[in-house]
Design a protein around this ligand. Structure first.
Ligand code: MN
Length: 518
């Protein structure tokens, strides 16, 4: 279901009504439309439809005008050869920064080795530097997944798997439930075609009836609640196919052990009313024992808050009820992004800039290299730290005694990025190296023969000296010559034991070869 987005719908979705905000988006729109003229997608549609769709979704999520403008421009540098200078001149440094951030992230690619997935996820988050870059990239991927059917068959599985291995966990850990679910369900049939068929066969036959029943139950509940409260909403949801698949795997594929296939959500104005609604639900339908979960008092690690209960209705439907406030709901759908939205509405025009300060500040502890330089939470006079939700504060807090070692965020805020860098091969393979590593270290990390015969190298498209120290995100191209050999000087500018061992070995071999044999 592809939505045709145009300038009108994008502007219509913008939270801001400021003239200059609309003018900015309009300018980016026509700039991108011109740049991508004659450029088509696999579907045969104009390429620009992709940019308009991504921008439209971000505007709908409540992202600010700069993010929306950057979304429109996110492919002009890489695909259309528009220079960074041109973007800076037209749109200023902040939008250029966002566009370049998205471009850089484009080089993080999944190459089918599970071993590196966690590094890739971290790299992905670290490379973003600004949460808005990550938002654009996630929505970019979402639209690419929505249109994956048009991509050549042989490319589909890799893209879908990358989505599942890299994008989904990142979305999940940032608490972005809606995007996570959509990405999972779009990738599922491509990555696990057999399992997808199996799950589908289990749920599809009853689905139509179930949805009708659900709508009836929702209406009944709505009426009952209306007798004691106001300003609340109810809607139902069906569990995503992929998350159902994961649960079925843990429950021996027995559907009778799945209690949350269908859920009704109740969204109320206050926390008090959450508990009040729970009481009403339990008087109406019998709760299953030990299925009441208070994630308001005890939020999940990614910040998720709600009350959950499982009930059995009078006509024997097992139903999960999720009760939460509007703010909790936004957080569960958009995670970190919901705070961008929230701020935008709260402080209006200045929010975008403040957010630009705030988010990198909060995430800085795990950004590479800056970890050592920047205290975790600086007392930023401009920003009242009290307004930051607890779980985001926790991300920023450097707590050395953290026990939850399996925690992504905990690992990120550790010293991982202060010791390692990631560089890429031209194909996008990630090479993980210690800080201070050179072109030579990189060459040996690829293959001993490449290291032993390195003649010259390019970093980010420019010829460099072999002792060139690599930075995070550098794209490195090694040129070899069969006659080239390591020399002792190389030892001075290599950091990895691997490279040094091979250099010594090669020098020793060469000496032995010179010695006359007896
Ligand atoms: Mn794109």
């Amino acid at each position: 279901m592809e939505i045709m987005a145009n300038l009108r719908s994008i502007l219509g979705h913008l939270t801001s009504t400021q003239k200059e905000d609309h003018a900015l988006v309009e300018k980016a729109y026509s700039f991108a439309e011109r740049a991508h003229k004659d450029h088509t997608r696999y579907s045969g549609e104009p390429y620009f439809t992709h940019l308009a769709s991504v921008a439209d979704m971000l505007a709908e999520m409540g992202m600010g005008p700069k993010t929306v403008a950057a979304a429109l421009l996110h492919d002009v540098v890489e695909d259309m050869g528009v220079t960074p200078e041109a973007i800076r001149d037209e749109f200023g440094p902040e939008i250029l920064f966002l566009v370049e951030g998205v471009t850089k992230l484009g080089s993080v690619r999944y190459h089918g080795t599970d071993r590196h997935n966690e590094s890739l996820r971290k790299l992905f988050v670290a490379t973003s530097e600004d949460i808005r870059v990550l938002m654009i990239k996630l929505v970019d991927r979402l639209h690419n997944m929505q249109t994956l059917e048009h991509v050549p068959k042989e490319k589909q599985p890799r893209i879908a798997r990358e989505t599942l291995e890299i994008y989904v966990p990142v979305a999940h850990r940032l608490g972005m439930g809606r995007i996570r679910k959509e990405l999972e369900d779009l990738a599922f049939p491509y990555v696990y075609p057999e399992e997808y068929k199996k799950v589908n066969a289990l749920v599809a036959p009853d689905m139509k009836d179930a949805l009708e029943k659900l709508e009836k139950l929702r209406k009944t509940l709505q009426k009952k609640l209306a007798a004691s409260m106001k300003d609340f909403k109810t809607h139902y949801r069906v569990k995503g196919m992929y998350s159902l698949f994961r649960k079925l795997e843990r429950r021996e594929w027995d559907m009778s052990h799945i209690y949350d296939l269908y859920a009704i959500r109740i969204i109320v104005p206050s926390v008090d009313q959450c508990y009040q609604a729970l009481g009403i639900v339990h008087q109406m339908w019998r709760p299953l024992p030990q299925r009441v979960k208070d994630y308001i008092a005890f939020p999940k690690p990614n910040g998720y808050q709600s009350l959950h209960t499982t009930v059995i209705t009078n006509d024997k439907v097992i139903l999960e009820i999720q009760i939460r406030t509007e703010q909790m709901h936004k957080e569960s759908e958009f995670g970190v992004a919901s705070h961008l939205i929230y701020k935008d509405v709260q402080v209006g025009q200045t929010a975008a800039n403040r957010m630009a300060d705030l988010i990198p500040m909060l995430f800085r502890p795990f950004l590479w290299r800056r970890a050592a330089e920047t205290p975790a939470v600086t007392t930023n006079k401009e920003y009242n730290i009290e307004q930051v939700p607890e779980w985001i504060k926790e991300i920023a807090e450097v707590n050395k005694n953290t026990k939850d070692t399996g925690d992504f965020v905990a690992e990120l805020r550790g010293d991982f990025f202060s010791h390692r860098i990631f560089a890429f091969t031209p194909k996008g393979d990630v090479i993980d190296l210690p800080i201070g590593a050179s072109v030579i270290d990189f060459a040996y990390a690829i293959h001993t023969d490449v290291g032993n015969h390195t003649a010259s190298a390019k970093v980010n498209g420019k010829m460099v000296q072999l002792h060139k120290e690599l930075g995070n995100g550098d794209i490195v191209e090694i040129y070899t010559k069969p006659s080239n050999k390591p020399n002792a000087k190389w030892l001075n500018f290599t950091k990895t034991g691997l490279a040094q061992r091979h250099i010594r070995q090669s020098i020793a071999d060469a000496r032995n070869a010179e010695r006359p044999s007896i």
